[in-house]
Ligand binder design. Structure first.
Ligand SMILES: *Cc1c(COP(=O)(O)O)cnc(C)c1O
Length: 382
C-alpha cells in the first residue's frame, strides 16, 4: 500500500532535512558530541558553543534575550515548569490560577495536580469561535490570582487568542501571564520584547524540529521566579538540571532559524492550501466547520460531518493520515473536550476530523484528500 497523505501536522511535523543533517553532525566521534557542561577541554567548549548558538536562534524567533530561554524535553515539560514552578515559588502572594477549559492536557492535568496540592484553579470557557474573551478573563480574576495561563493557538481548532489584550488584563490585576505557544512557530509571530508575556512554552517537533526538545521562556525584567521541578547539577540557571542534548538543541535552533527565515513563504503556502481545501469542501453536503476560519491559524481545519459515524469516516479515509475529534478510553469513545467545550453537540463532535497542513503538503495532496473525502461521504451516506 502506498503511504497515506499526511495531514496531521498539528500532531507533529517531519523533521526538515536541513535540520536532520545538522543534528547528525552533533552525535558521532567526528562531530560535536562532548558534554556542553565540560569546561576543561575543547570538545566541551565546542558543544557549549553549539548549544548557545541554538539558544540565540530560539530567543530570536520570539524576541527574547538568550538568557531567558530554559531548555526542556518539550512543551509538556515547559508547561509543567511554568505552572507548578511559578505557583510554588510565588504562593506567598496568592494561590489562585486561571486557565481555560480547552487548553492542552499538559496544562489541564498540571492545573488539576496543583489543586490536589492546595492551589485553586478557575477554568474559563471559550467563545464558540474557540477564543477566550477578555471580558471572561476580567470576570475570573481575583485579588489572590497570581498566574493566568492561556494558549496562543489551539491545537484542535487553530483558534488564535488575542495575547496582547489577555496579557494586559492579567498584568493590570497583578498576575503573571503564561502562554502555551507550542503551535505558534511558523503560524503566528510572537515578540515578547513588546508583548505582555512573562513565560512561554515552546516545542521543536511542531515546527520541523525533533521530538523530545522544547523550551520555556522566563522573563528577566521584571524577573519571574520559578521553582525547579528537576533537580541535580544546577543546569539552566538552576531551573532545569540534566545534561543538555546537544543534537536535539541544535535541531530546535535550526528549525526555528528556518521558521523565522521563511515565515512569509510558509505562511502564504499554508493560506493557499487552506483556501484550496475550503473551496473544495463547498460542493459537499452536511459539512460543518468547527474551526472559525476568520480567527484561526492557517494550518488547521476541524470539520464535523453530519449523519456519519466518526470512526467509520476515519476507516473510509485510510488514505489520509488525520486526527479524530474523539479520544478512545478503555471503555468508550468520548468526544473531544475541546469540541464540546466550544458547544459542538456530542454526535457532531464524535463525527469530527482535524485536517492540518504543513511545509511539505502539496496542492496535489489537498486535491487527493478532497477526492477521498467526497468518495467516503457518498459511500457512507448511501
Ligand atoms: C503538542 C503540544 C504540547 C506538547 O508538546 P510536546 O513538545 O509534545 O510535549 C503542548 N501544548 C500544545 C498546544 C501542543 O500542541
Amino acid at each position: 500500500m502506498s503511504q497515506p497523505i499526511y495531514l496531521d501536522y498539528a500532531a507533529t511535523t517531519p523533521v526538515d532535512p536541513r535540520v536532520a543533517e545538522l543534528m547528525m553532525r552533533h552525535l558521532t566521534q567526528e562531530g560535536t558530541f562532548a558534554n556542553p557542561a565540560s569546561r576543561s577541554h575543547m570538545p566541551g567548549w565546542l558543544a557549549e558553543q553549539a548549544v548557545e548558538g541554538a539558544r540565540r536562534q530560539v530567543a530570536e524567533l520570539i524576541g527574547a534575550d538568550p538568557r531567558e530561554i530554559v531548555w526542556t524535553s518539550g512543551a509538556t515539560e515547559a508547561d509543567n515548569l511554568a505552572l507548578t514552578g511559578y505557583m510554588r515559588a510565588n504562593a506567598a502572594r496568592g494561590r489562585h490560577l486561571i486557565t481555560s477549559t480547552i487548553e492542552h492536557k499538559a496544562i489541564l492535568d498540571t492545573a488539576s495536580a496543583l489543586e490536589a496540592e492546595g492551589f485553586e484553579v478557575t477554568r474559563i470557557a471559550p467563545q464558540p469561535d474557540g477564543r477566550i474573551s477578555p471580558d471572561s478573563l476580567r470576570d475570573a480574576l481575583r485579588s489572590d490570582t497570581i498566574l493566568v495561563s492561556l494558549m496562543a493557538v489551539n491545537n484542535e481548532l487553530g483558534s488564535l487568542n488575542d495575547l496582547d489584550a489577555l496579557g494586559d488584563i492579567a498584568h493590570s490585576h497583578g498576575a503573571a501571564f503564561h502562554v502555551d505557544a507550542a503551535q505558534a512557530p511558523g503560524k503566528v509571530q510572537i515578540d515578547v520584547s513588546r508583548q505582555p508575556i512573562d513565560m512561554l512554552s515552546l516545542s521543536a517537533h511542531k515546527a520541523y524540529g525533533p521530538k523530545g526538545i522544547g523550551a520555556l521562556y522566563v522573563r528577566r525584567q521584571p524577573q519571574i521566579k520559578v521553582d525547579a521541578l528537576i533537580h541535580g547539577g544546577g543546569h539552566e540557571r538552576g531551573m532545569r538540571s540534566g545534561t543538555l542534548p546537544t543534537h536535539q538543541i541544535v535541531g530546535m535552533g535550526e528549525a526555528y532559524r528556518l521558521s523565522a527565515e521563511q515565515f512569509d513563504a510558509d505562511h502564504q503556502h499554508l493560506v493557499a492550501l487552506r483556501d484550496q481545501f475550503v473551496a473544495g469542501l463547498a460542493g459537499l453536503e452536511g459539512v460543518h466547520f468547527n474551526t472559525d476560519i476568520g480567527v484561526s491559524a492557517p494550518n488547521i481545519v476541524n470539520l464535523a460531518f453530519e449523519g456519519v459515524d466518526g470512526e467509520a469516516m476515519l476507516m473510509a479515509l485510510r488514505g489520509i493520515a488525520i486526527s479524530t475529534g474523539s479520544a478512545c478510553n478503555s471503555a468508550s469513545v468520548e468526544p473531544s473536550f475541546v469540541l464540546t467545550g466550544i458547544g459542538v453537540p456530542r454526535p457532531l463532535a464524535l463525527a469530527s476530523l482535524r485536517f492540518s497542513f504543513g511545509r511539505f503538503t502539496t496542492a496535489a495532496d489537498i486535491e487527493s484528500a478532497l477526492g477521498e473525502l467526497r468518495h467516503a461521504l457518498t459511500s457512507l451516506r448511501a
